[in-house]
Design a protein around this ligand. Structure first.
Ligand SMILES: [Zn+2]
Length: 271
């Protein structure tokens, strides 16, 4: 599943090709992904210039003066900017045409979304989102306040969008490992010192992943291949049963809120 770093790298990859361009056509081949695609509204943007491509949480926002196109990659979505004559592949659902090029959304599992919002009117999908993890709005004071009265386990708190957006399962696992916090520690039992460190580590792991993904930017204009996903060096995610890379103990796996959580029983002790 694309997490925040992949979406940010997608944003960087496509914005190079889209910023300042005029939308010449919008083709919707599939009426519904996760939600109905508002084709008539989207098509009102034909003829308008793309001012910029921004990101909020895991949503990409293609901004014009007349309104925005909001794209979510869901479980399996990917974007490419290619020549508009490139033959369609299976699961190519939406094209946003700019001159001779096209931004093409492919999504085999169809959990992604393409939405429209009027200019200056925030879409309802943004209404309950907390701060962006890589901004100053997400700081240790905020996380300490969010954890103070919560008995739910810390892993679920940092994955809760109203607390902070875009910390998905991979980075929640990694950040807790790097901070030495057991993922099942109740949030109100995590010390302030640990939460301070956790805030910094969350920013660091996300920034490092974006930097690493930056090397794949050229893939966004290639016809083949899957852009936006990159090999990552991970300590715990997907490594249950394998040795800890720090202490050689066997990594344990538990389900927390239906999601696989891997931790080192030695490096991440219950507090
Ligand atoms: Zn360990």
């Amino acid at each position: 599943m694309p997490e925040l770093p992949e979406v940010e790298v997608s944003r960087m990859g496509v914005s190079v090709h889209l910023d300042g361009q005029v939308i010449s056509d919008i083709v919707v081949r599939t009426p519904k992904l996760r939600w109905d695609i508002p084709t008539p509204q989207l098509q009102t943007l034909i003829g308008h210039q793309i001012n910029r491509v921004s990101r909020r949480a895991k949503y990409l926002v293609i901004e014009t003066a007349a309104g925005d196109i909001i794209i979510h990659l869901g479980m399996s979505g990917s974007l490419r900017v290619i020549d508009k004559n490139v033959e369609l592949k299976k699961h190519d659902h939406v094209d946003i045409v700019v001159g001779a090029k096209v931004l093409r959304l492919n999504d085999p599992r169809r959990f992604g979304a393409v939405l429209f919002s009027e200019s200056g009117v925030p879409h309802a999908v943004f209404s309950k989102l907390g701060p962006e993890p890589l901004t100053e709005a997400f700081d240790s004071q905020h996380l300490i306040a969010m954890c103070a009265k919560r008995k739910v386990v810390i892993k679920q708190v940092i994955m809760d969008n109203p607390v902070v957006v875009g910390v998905g399962n991979i980075y929640a696992n990694e950040a807790l490992f790097l901070t030495g916090i057991h993922p099942q520690t109740p949030a109100n039992k995590v010390t302030k010192k640990q939460l301070k460190l956790l805030t910094t580590v969350i920013k660091d792991v996300l920034a490092a992943a974006i930097k690493q993904g930056g090397t794949t930017l050229k893939d966004f204009s290639q016809t083949d291949g899957k852009p936006g996903y990159f090999a990552q060096s991970l300590y715990v995610y997907g490594r249950g049963g394998k040795p800890c890379l720090k202490c050689d103990s066997t990594l344990q796996e538990v389900k927390i809120g239906q999601r696989a959580s891997v931790y080192c029983p030695q490096c991440q002790k219950d507090s």
